[in-house]
Design a protein around this ligand. Structure first.
Ligand SMILES: [Fe+2]
Ligand SMILES: [Fe+2]
Length: 303
C-alpha cells in the first residue's frame, strides 16, 4: 500500500480476475487495450507470479515492455525472466508457454521504436526515466503435436529417472557393505564390494554420457532456437562441471576399491552429496527446459 492509500497488489488481483472472467477484456483504465497476463517464476521465491501487461506484436514478434510506467527500477517480473525465461502467456483467447528474452542494442531500439509507434504512451514512460526500458520478446514454445508423442523433453525426464534409480540402488548396495557384506574374495567369486565397484563405475559413465549429450546436443539446439535461454543453459553447464568434479572423486575412490581397506563411510558421504547435487540439477533442468525441448522434436527411438 502506498501513502496515497492505493493498494497496487489488490488492483492487480482485480485486473487479473476480470481478465480471466471476460476472456481478456478489462474495463477501467485498460478499456480497449490489448493486455496479456504474464506468469513468471519468482527469482528469489521460486513461486509463480502473474502480472497484467500491455501485449503488443511488433514486426510479427509478440512482446511486453518492462516500463513500470516510467519508474526508475525495472519491474520484478523482469528480474524473474532473467533467471527463469520460461513464462506462461494468457492472451484471453489462448494460453501458451514461451521463452522470454530481452534483446540488447540496435535490436532492442528497433523494437522499442515500433512499440512507441503503436502506443506513444511508452515513449512518455521512457522520457520519465534514465533507465533504458527493456523490451521483452515472447517466443512461443510450440507444444502442439508433441502432446501425444514422446518429445525430447520427456526423454530427458526418463533419463533422469533412470539415473535416479541407479544411484538409489548404488547407495543401498554401499549400505549393505557397511552393514557387513564387505568381505574379501571368497572362493574366487567376486563379492558384493566388487559388484558395487562395477555398478558405480557404470553409473559414472552413464552420467557423463548424459551430460556430454546435453552439452553437445540438447543445449546448443536450444540456444539456437531460444536465445533467451542462454542464462539457464549457462547455469546448467556450470552445474555439469561441479557434478563432473564430484564424479571424478567418486571414480578415484571406487576405482581403487579394496574390500576391508576402502573407506566406505566416506564413499557413502560422497554418494550422498552427489545425489543431492544431482537432484537439484535435474529439478531445475526439468522445470526450465523440458517444454522447450519437447517443442524441438520427438524422443529418439532407441528400440
Ligand atoms: Fe544436465
Ligand atoms: Fe539432464
Amino acid at each position: 500500500m502506498t501513502d496515497t492509500g492505493f493498494d497496487f497488489n489488490a488492483f492487480q488481483r482485480q485486473v487479473i480476475e476480470e481478465f480471466r472472467a471476460n476472456r481478456g477484456r478489462v474495463g477501467g483504465p485498460f478499456e480497449g487495450s490489448a493486455l496479456a497476463l504474464l506468469t513468471t517464476i519468482g527469482a528469489r521465491s521460486g513461486r509463480p507470479r502473474t502480472s497484467p501487461l500491455a501485449y503488443l506484436t511488433i514486426a510479427g514478434q509478440p512482446l511486453v515492455v518492462a516500463s513500470a510506467m516510467g519508474a526508475d527500477k525495472n519491474p520484478d517480473w523482469y528480474h524473474n525472466i532473467l533467471r527463469n525465461p520460461i513464462v506462461t502467456v494468457e492472451t484471453g483467447e489462448e494460453t501458451y508457454e514461451a521463452v522470454a528474452a530481452a534483446p540488447a542494442g540496435a535490436e532492442r531500439d528497433a523494437l522499442f521504436a515500433g512499440v512507441v509507434a503503436a502506443d506513444p504512451g511508452f515513449g512518455e514512460y521512457q522520457q520519465k526515466t534514465a533507465r533504458r526500458i527493456p523490451v521483452v520478446t515472447l517466443t512461443r514454445i510450440d507444444t502442439a503435436g508433441v502432446d501425444r508423442a514422446r518429445g525430447l523433453g520427456d526423454f530427458l525426464v526418463e533419463s533422469h529417472d533412470w539415473l535416479r534409480d541407479e544411484l538409489g540402488g548404488l547407495r543401498r548396495q554401499v549400505d549393505e557393505l557397511i552393514a557387513g557384506g564387505d568381505a574379501p574374495l571368497q572362493a574366487g567369486r567376486p563379492g558384493l564390494g566388487h559388484e558395487m565397484r562395477r555398478r558405480c563405475l557404470d553409473f559414472c559413465a552413464a552420467l557423463e554420457q548424459h551430460h556430454t549429450g546435453e552439452n553437445r546436443g540438447a543445449f546448443p539446439m536450444l540456444a539456437q532456437r531460444f536465445p533467451g535461454l542462454a542464462p539457464v543453459l549457462d547455469r546448467l553447464g556450470q552445474e555439469h562441471e561441479v557434478v563432473a568434479r564430484l564424479q571424478q572423486e567418486l571414480q578415484a575412490l571406487v576405482g581403487s576399491y579394496e574390500p576391508g581397506r576402502t573407506d566406505l563411510a566416506r564413499l557413502r558421504l560422497d554418494l550422498e552429496s552427489l545425489a543431492t547435487r544431482l537432484e537439484n540439477h535435474y529439478r531445475y533442468e526439468e522445470r526450465a527446459i523440458v517444454s522447450a525441448l519437447n517443442s524441438l522434436g520427438p524422443a529418439p527411438d532407441l528400440g
